[in-house]
Design a protein. Sequence first.
Lengths: 162, 155
Amino acid sequence: MATTAELVARGSLVVVDALGEGRKPWRQLLAFPAFIQWLDKSLPTFNDFYSDSAPEEQIGALFEAFCLGRPLLYRRDLREIYPTSYGGWELKTPAIRIFGWFRERDCFVCTFGDSADRVKKHRLVHGYLTQTAYLRSTLGLDAPDHVAGVQYNDILSDAPHR
Amino acid sequence: MRLTDRQRKIGRTVYNVQHEIARALLEEKSKRGVTQQALSKKLGVDRSVVNRRVTGRSNLTLRSIAELAWALNREVEFRLVPAGVEQSVRVAPQAERGRWEQMDPRELESIAFIASISEQEVRSFLRTQQPRHRTSRATNDNWAELVPAPAAKAA
């Protein structure tokens, strides 16, 4: 059994630095090393001809809003994946879907990312959901290894901004 | 994430505008039952056009933003302010006198970070605030005091 901090120290999970400049986040974003590779290598190659911002700019803005603790919009910025017993969630932008789970309130672990069009066209949501649950099981996290609730307040708290 | 400042600014701005439109629509929906269908009827366009605009799946023009604002019975506010100030001013926590003592350390940390000052300076600032009504909140004006004033113009 391992804590999140131990897994980060071991390199099994990586802290996503969405704010830069050493700024401390309100909410924490963690990821598997393979996801970081996808973020750095694959994401910049994606295009979105229908939106005002590029996919990587969309993800940058969403991750920033997440880490700053800004209020997110359910279904627009994130949504739970059914069946909810797997504890899987997706973070959403117009062009990209990020899959993962909430380790605890305000702590999201990213497992996979893909283009929204591809996910919808090939119906990949449930494949990513089961792979997410499998990856989570390989970490040997202390129980409970994910947040079971599906209400906004179960998974997120908002920073006192605005 | 290896984004340039330029990319960050673009992403953040587009996200904020789209987020605000989606939030306004949700608010109107919960308060007055306004649907995308009703908006499309009011605007004289197909529902898919409205859907693409509010979900960020189409480029928004100034005209389309203004049209959505009209259909949602909203005013549009747009300002360009010096970098850093906007975020600082947006932070308006309950700064009642003495409240800092009960403040969540993360809240203090967050204020300190956004205003680019130390947590000690935040505490000092809050101590100087006059007592307010229990439910009052800090105004933009007094939070603007945390932001370094621009250099005075040479006479």
